[in-house]
Ligand binder design. Structure first.
Ligand code: WT7
Length: 650
């Protein structure tokens, strides 16, 4: 990775720094930097303190058993996640506090106090029991962003069933694969969900996914859109509201061993078959509890909104488990950010007086493109902290977010983590850390993150390489469901006893981490490594550019050539002159080696429903290949139009 150093200099020229304001610092949960040193000296004691803030039915005997790559945390301890997220808050005035504020896309809304949540979770947990669901059984949940989704997750946790949530944007085939792998006997779905004003036919997808040979015997259906009453299958399907109508209002929480499985969540790897990432009980809850409290500086009266979908790990950890374990008020929104208008997010912030907003860079760049007028037309003075997650945030987007959404007064915490890590591992502590736009800054206390070169040497300040985690942490994945060999191979084979993240990163002179994207997204141009993110960041730095995605296409001479797909801001004309200008802009900003070979203008970039740019599809388009799997695309038409424009050009 040594050759990467030159090309990254441009990024590191980002020299604006943002120390915490006196005002923020004064009220911050954590303001003493000694927490880092303390945790470094004794990480187990550090994590043990957080575990001790949770309610355990039986205390653990051993904090950590580490037989690489298998870790066990808080061994011998017993607890229940649903009890910790609900019951323990009922002992104080929190019982009438809003636990979940939910808004549907059509504009309907609901508030569940902790007491309400307790009742609904208990009723549904009893309903699950009445259907024969037992501790250790897997339950597939395929729901839109409705309150029944967290209720179902917490009900599973309450009785010790393992949930496997599948994002509502997945197709029948993807659901089938996941059901097959997890061997779920029960599925929970809804008739439909609302997205951009129309109904997503979830029940139809769910039905298709369990035709023929399937382990699923029963299906619980939430009535959300009223569109599938005729599709109910006798003897297999049961309405949620009928199931819970006469259930008892209390359900004793199942005491779970700390290492009992809480859930599995499928994520795509470098190969085709999705991996069921396994998370367990005590460590996962400790990790999400601790990071939510410290990184978001969570307070009793915060109204916290994470805009992710619960179908992804961000929603599991930072809509459901982390916030509820802290007794917070968590906001949930069902729909699209541009329905009915492009100011929907800002109207939600204003309506519920959100104090914390956690969203993704891709959303932020979209908002930039839509212009400042929209956030300006809403009162967002309630906000006090902003978060970013999911991909590297380019400094331009960071500063735009800070200024136009945060009004220049809210720290922006850029949080790096993965489905596998369970909770955030690299992020600022907002009362301590001086922020640098584009950098996720420092490892969370207790996390031993390093950047290694190919040979496994730590690169030190100024170096670039692979991001690894050297010590186990409580919320780490325990396995790939049913596939310990793949677990070992994927994460633990590159370096000994060290977790391989698959991300490239660079350490600056202050030992701040700069994430460069997946190592599989790195383009190798004439033996020089160029990060797609660097080129994208340089392109977006041009005032005419709204969004950019780069990929490497094969090139006879250079190995790979850089292809950029660019969307421009409103009222900007695309022309050959602009192509020349943008190529030059990148060359000037980063270096001639990073000059894109091709620039294609696109009306929109193809993205997954979770907002990730689908580079694989862009690669296919750039190289004129037939398109692979497009089932996770938010809008398949985007690719079709790209293909028509550029498909046979190269
Ligand atoms: C990959 C994990 C973590 C929740 C959402 C995604 C990238 C994530 C950042 C960040 C740069 C980031 C990494 C990582 N990523 N957060 N703040 N800065 N990159 O979870 O689907 O498991 O994806 O997302 O490449 O490996 P995921």
């Amino acid at each position: 990775m040594a050759e990467n150093i030159g090309s990254i200099e441009a990024l590191l020229q980002e020299d604006r720094t943002f120390p915490p304001s006196e005002e923020f610092k004064k009220q911050a949960n954590i303001k003493d930097p000694s927490v880092y040193e303390e945790a470094r000296k004794d990480p187990e004691a550090f994590w043990e303190r957080f575990a001790g803030e949770l309610d355990w039915f039986k205390k653990w005997d051993t904090v950590l058993e580490w037989n690489p790559p298998f870790a066990k945390w808080f061994v011998g301890g017993q607890l229940n996640v649903s009890y910790n997220c609900i019951d323990r808050h009922l002992k104080s005035a929190r019982k009438n506090k809003a636990a979940i504020i939910w808004e549907g896309e059509p504009g309907d809304w609901a508030v569940y106090t902790y007491r309400d949540l307790y009742r609904e979770v208990c009723k549904f947990a009893n309903g699950l029991k009445s259907l024969g669901v037992k501790k250790g059984d897997r339950v597939t949940i395929y729901l839109p962003m409705v309150p029944e989704l967290p209720i179902a997750m917490l009900a599973c946790a309450r009785i010790g069933a393992v949930h496997s949530v599948i994002f509502g944007g997945f197709s029948a085939d993807s659901i089938r694969d996941r059901i097959e792998d997890s061997q779920s006997k029960l599925m929970i779905t809804a008739d439909g969900g609302y997205r951009r004003g129309s109904v997503v036919p979830l029940k139809q997808n769910a039905d298709e996914s369990i035709t023929g040979d399937t382990p699923v015997e029963q299906v619980v259906v939430v009535r959300r859109t009223g569109t599938a009453d005729a599709q109910m299958v006798d003897g297999r399907d049961i309405w949620w509201h009928e199931l819970v109508s006469d259930q008892p209002l209390n359900c004793d929480p199942e005491p779970m061993d700390s290492e009992d499985m809480l859930y599995m969540l499928y994520t795509s790897g470098t190969t085709g078959k999705p991996k069921g990432i396994v998370h367990t009980t005590g460590g996962y809850l400790t990790g999400t509890y601790a990071t939510t409290k410290w990184i978001f500086d969570l307070k009793e009266d915060d109204v916290y909104w994470c805009t992710a979908d619960i179908g992804w790990v961000t929603g599991h950890s930072y809509i459901v488990y982390g916030p509820l374990a802290n007794g917070a008020t968590t906001v949930m929104y069902e729909g699209s950010p541009d329905y009915p208008g492009r100011d929907r997010f800002w109207s939600i912030v204003e309506k519920y007086a959100c104090t914390i907003l956690y969203t993704a860079p891709t959303a932020i760049r979209t908002f930039m493109r839509w212009g400042e007028d929209l956030p300006e037309s809403h009162d967002m003075s309630s906000l006090r902290l902003l978060g970013s997650v999911g991909e590297p945030i380019n400094p331009e987007a960071w500063v735009w977010y800070w200024k136009n959404i945060g009004g220049g007064r809210c720290p922006v915490v850029d949080t790096w983590w993965q489905t596998e890590t369970g909770s955030i591992l690299i992020a600022p502590l907002p009362g301590i850390t001086t922020l640098k736009p584009g950098s996720a800054t420092q490892a969370f206390p207790g996390i031993d993150a390093e950047i290694l070169d190919e040979a496994g040497n730590s690169v030190g300040p100024g170096g670039g390489g692979y991001l690894v985690i050297k010590k186990p942490w409580p919320s780490m994945l325990r396995n790939i469901y049913g596939d310990p060999e793949r677990f070992q191979e994927q994460y633990w084979s590159k370096y000994e006893n060290t977790y391989f993240t698959g991300d490239g990163a660079k350490l600056d002179e202050d030992s701040y981490f700069w994430l460069l994207g997946r190592v599989d997204d790195v383009i190798n141009v004439a033996a020089h490594r160029v990060s797609t993110m660097e080129v994208e960041s340089a392109l977006v730095d041009n005032p005419k550019v709204a969004e950019a995605a780069c990929i490497g296409r094969s090139d006879e001479i250079k190995g790979q050539a850089i292809v950029a797909f660019v969307t421009v801001k409103e009222n900007i004309n695309t022309s050959d002159a602009l192509i020349t200008e943008l190529k030059q802009h990148v060359a000037t900003k980063i270096g001639p080696i990073c000059r894109p070979d091709d620039i294609h203008f696109a009306a929109e970039l193809p993205k997954t429903r979770s907002g990730k740019i689908m580079r694989r599809l862009l690669r296919d388009v750039a190289e004129g290949r037939a398109l692979g799997d497009t089932t996770t695309l938010a809008d398949p038409a985007v690719v079709e139009s790209l293909k028509e424009q550029y498909g046979d050009e190269d």
